[in-house]
Design a protein around this ligand. Sequence first.
Ligand SMILES: Cc1cc2nc3c(=O)[nH]c(=O)nc-3n(C[C@H](O)[C@H](O)[C@H](O)COP(=O)(O)O)c2cc1C
Length: 183
Amino acid sequence: MDVRTALLTRCSPPKLVEPAPDDAQLEAMFTAAVRAPDHGRLAPWRFLVLRGAAREILADAMAADLRAKRPEAPAEEIAAARGKPLRSPLLVVAYAAVREHPKVPAIEQITATAAAVQNLWLQAHAMGFGMLWKTGAAAYSPRVKTALGVAAGDTIVGILHLGTPAAPGTLREPDVASVVSHL
Ligand SMILES: Cc1cc2nc3c(=O)[nH]c(=O)nc-3n(C[C@H](O)[C@H](O)[C@H](O)COP(=O)(O)O)c2cc1C
């Protein structure tokens, strides 16, 4: 698939099922991810792979986070929160290992990591896999970070769901003219 086709056909599928990318296929995605632009060549991106039962570490942390924030939340709501990361066969937590740098502020290390996520997504799409880019309260929760071994000063940029699209997603038709202006 050429780059333009990948760019213009990528979208979020409604549901992801097996097969998920295997380790060699994931490696191809990470190799594409780390080609992202990187101010200062800090390689701020980190990718934590949660396959199979390992997804439960995140599921348990998300449930515990909700329980701690809203002790009155009904058991069904907590079970639903716990179930969300288990819906897809493979998860990759993409985060920026942010460090102090005289010329590269945290925002640039985070945006570089977001660029790496997009590279990963396009590579996955070109290989026939689907991806969903999620964040939500989990990504910003100190409790979830601790459970995943992500340092407090690091930033989770995406909880990436990977697998095979159960059905095609709906392509958006963005209005390009409304976002471009000229001085
Ligand atoms: C930084 C970031 C965070 C996102 N977080 C979520 C999320 O928490 N839940 C979700 O359903 N989608 C999330 N998305 C995915 C977008 O909602 C999705 O890409 C958007 O709906 C556009 O659809 P498309 O991917 O099919 O073009 C996120 C995307 C980005 C870039």
